[in-house]
Design a protein around this ligand. Structure first.
Ligand SMILES: C[S@@+](CC[C@H](N)C(=O)[O-])C[C@H]1O[C@@H](n2cnc3c(N)ncnc32)[C@H](O)[C@@H]1O
Length: 235
């Protein structure tokens, strides 16, 4: 249950892919989602801000949009963005010169135990080569009671909508994404990676098994994105 399927790409391939699409990532993202993705990140930042965390790690931060939303929602907090793609981080730093960004692998974080009060990951967790290992690492760097927020793309379940969405996601989006970025394979990978990602109930169980309680899942826009929230428990 914990390990992704064998067709999952190797970490070096994933990093190389994100390095390649970094220059066009924001434009493609907002066009392909009609900018609805901005609202999902804003809702994630708002959910995390409710308990006023002071130290927040935005993991798989990419070009920094969620890091920026967190900085707006939590003006007093320290926000650290981390990602293993240097090209994505360069864009994040240019967009948010006042925030701190670090190059780091989500499966081997260069942070001490209990360093953060909240940890977020938007559209990045799905790419990890070992979900259980990732969740254990997230738990390690969170203080007891620290909040975890995983925003991910998902497959909607409402029959008619799911059918139409699947057509868009599997047939139209790869062509558009390929056209905008010049890297069609990255946008072929996107729907395949969502298809093989554990469904929300399974992900909730994995989060609980890694040392989290109060696990909840919200669905956005008919289920095309999900937000899992949880609190780190005592080991
Ligand atoms: C689809 S982008 C999402 C970026 C950003 N969070 C957003 O909301 O737009 C996924 C990001 O996860 C990063 N990533 C994937 N696997 C990672 C890992 N093992 N460690 C660190 N970053 C990783 C990629 O480099 C990429 O920037």
């Amino acid at each position: 249950m914990a390990a992704p399927s064998p067709e999952t790409r190797r970490p070096a391939e994933v990093r190389g892919m994100f390095d390649q699409i970094a220059p066009t990532y924001d434009r493609a993202n907002h066009l392909l989602s009609l900018s609805i993705d901005r609202n999902w990140r804003w809702r994630t930042a708002r959910a995390v801000s409710r308990r006023q965390p002071q130290r927040v790690l935005d993991l798989c931060c990419g070009t920094g949009d969620l890091s920026l939303a967190l900085a707006r929602a939590l003006p007093q907090a320290t926000i650290v963005g981390a990602d293993f793609s240097h090209a994505m981080l360069q864009r994040a730093q240019a967009k948010a010169p006042r925030e701190a960004f670090a190059q780091a692998d989500a499966l081997r974080l260069p942070f001490a135990d209990a360093s953060f009060d909240a940890l977020t990951a938007a559209f990045g967790f799905r790419n990890l080569s070992d979900y259980a290992l990732g969740l254990r690492e997230f738990r390690r760097v969170l203080a007891v009671g620290g909040r975890l927020a995983i925003l991910e793309a998902a497959e909607p379940t409402l029959p008619l909508f799911a059918h139409a969405y699947r057509f868009y996601f599997h047939r139209v989006l790869p062509k558009l994404g390929g056209w905008i970025s010049g890297h069609r394979e990255a946008y072929d990978y996107l729907p395949r990676s969502v298809q093989r990602f554990p469904p929300p109930a399974e992900l909730s169980s994995m989060i609980a098994a890694a040392g989290f309680a109060e696990v909840t899942c919200r669905r956005f826009f008919g289920g095309v994105a999900t937000l899992h929230l949880a609190s780190a428990t005592l080991y």
